[in-house]
Design a protein around this ligand. Structure first.
Ligand code: HEM
Length: 260
């Protein structure tokens, strides 16, 4: 309502309007002619009704996609991998307080310390189980995350670099699991180490160097478990943490790929 109309209403209502009402309307019309209060109020009401006219659209509706709302939970798999990594760091730190990385003798200090964690240490059994099962969980999540990225085509320009970082992460995640598997230094670990050292030794050209770097020699020894321990608790955590941070930073900069 224009200011003149408001003022006329104030004057003609004479006795029927109290002083407070008259004062309010006069002040309102004075402000309205200067700050367009009614206009802006109307505009924001229009905007509100425009936005809330219907239920919010789903992503697939908004972009007129013929696919795949049922893919969306799979977009959590990278986050799930990250969560698993955090749980592994925490539970691994607790295990590291009691584990002894020595492979000499039978039984070895490594084996005895695992036995201590499993049998004597309060909550040791559950801590090791959490570490063990979260490893399986992480390997599965990383693999499925990679499948999601592949099947939604999210590896394409401009995300090639993040795919390559992901390939390194997949490799290091598996190697993380393998190096941990050897640490109890029981017969299972010894068997797995035998396969591993043979694989490393048969690398073309650099086989013996590879065996020495990863297994602390061209044959298995008490040193092997100490070397695996160092890889497991220092080299790999530093590499994987750095790569995950770079990976997530790139996701943050580029945003998630739109499905199409
Ligand atoms: C430690 C392992 C990994 C972690 C913690 C991780 C974490 C993440 C997270 C949180 C995202 C955001 C989107 C989502 O969650 O789906 C993402 C996206 C992405 N990841 Fe990974 N990832 C890992 C391994 C991998 C692997 C193995 C690959 C492929 C070889 C990969 C390639 C990508 C690509 C290309 C994107 C961008 C996808 C898009 O924009 O939709 N990542 N990652």
């Amino acid at each position: 309502m224009p200011r003149t109309d408001i003022l006329r209403a104030v004057e003609t209502s004479a006795g029927s309007m109290g002083l407070a009402e008259k004062g309010f309307l006069w002040a309102f019309s004075w402000l309205d002619t200067r700050f367009r209060i009614q206009d802006y109020w109307g505009m924001s009401k229009d905007a509100y009704h425009h936005m809330h006219r219907q239920m919010p659209l789903t992503h697939a509706e908004k972009y007129k996609l013929r696919i795949i709302w049922y893919w969306y939970p799979l977009y959590c798999l990278g986050g799930i991998s990250f969560l698993a990594f955090v749980i592994l760091v925490i539970s691994g730190t607790v295990l590291g307080l009691y584990y002894v990385p020595g492979g000499e003798g039978t039984p070895s200090p490594a084996y005895l310390s695992m036995e201590f964690i499993m049998v004597d240490l309060p909550f040791g059994y559950i801590m090791r189980s959490i570490h063990h099962w979260t490893t399986h969980f992480m390997v599965a999540a990383v693999f499925l995350h990679m499948c999601r990225v592949y099947f939604t085509g999210a590896y394409r320009n401009p995300r090639e670099l993040n795919w390559l970082i992901g390939v390194a992460l997949m490799f290091f995640t598996i190697f993380f699991g393998y190096s941990g598997y050897l640490l109890p230094w029981d017969s299972l670990a010894f068997g797995a180490a035998t396969i591993g050292i043979n694989m490393a030794s048969s690398t073309p050209l650099v086989g013996s160097w590879m065996a020495k770097a990863l297994f602390a020699g061209t044959t298995l020894s008490g040193q092997t478990v100490t070397r695996m321990y160092f890889l497991h608790v220092f080299i790999l955590p530093v590499l994987v943490t750095g790569l995950i941070l770079a990976h997530l930073f790139i996701v943050w900069v580029q945003g998630i790929a739109e499905p199409h």
